[in-house]
Design a protein around this ligand. Structure first.
Ligand code: DLZ
Length: 158
């Protein structure tokens, strides 16, 4: 698993399920777009490398991470979509906004997965500054988007 290796892009690629006919939904927050775009790129690459077909990946955007839960629900409720990946980047600011958004999206995404009985993956960076985000969006700690996509694939093989 990625965390054991201390790099979000390093994961075991053996023993993954066949995802050639699986349909994925990805919901991406536009806030901190430079980072979330890189997360999306990582997630897409990981899914395609693992055998997903590009026309089986539905990508939707929402304004900020707070809206990821509802966006994930709109995707999860589509019967043909088997797993949803939510991508966002919440950076700690001077106010308590960070805590409220991070908690809300973690809870919301969990609820959507349980309600629709499908993997809904938390691909959200919750960090203190932009440098930490860059390190985890294709930088020295890998890419959270890769890890989120890998987790979705693993869950489909449960
Ligand atoms: C408002 C806000 C702030 C301050 N910070 C972030 C952030 O770091 N990451 C993120 O994805 N979204 C942020 N937002 C936007 C909220 O998620 C949400 O879109 C707005 O509060 C809705 O008005």
């Amino acid at each position: 698993m990625a965390t054991a290796l201390k790099n979000l892009s390093q994961y075991r690629s053996d023993n993954l399920p066949d995802i050639n006919h699986k349909r994925f939904g990805i919901v991406v927050a536009e806030w901190n777009e430079g980072i979330t775009g890189a997360l999306l790129q990582g997630a897409m690459q990981t899914l395609l490398k693992a055998g997903a077909r590009e026309d089986n990946i539905v990508v939707k955007t929402v304004p900020g991470s707070f809206e990821l839960s509802l966006g994930a629900q709109w995707l999860a409720q589509q019967p043909t979509i088997e797993a949803v990946i939510a991508l966002g980047c919440i950076i700690q600011g001077e106010t308590r906004h960070f805590d409220f958004i991070a908690q809300a999206v973690a809870d919301g995404i969990t609820q959507v997965g349980l309600k629709y009985n499908k993997p809904v993956i938390f691909g959200v960076l919750t960090i203190q500054n932009l440098a930490q985000a860059e390190d985890r969006a294709g930088g020295k700690h890998g890419n959270k988007g890769d890890e989120a996509a890998y987790t979705a694939i693993r869950m489909l093989g449960f």
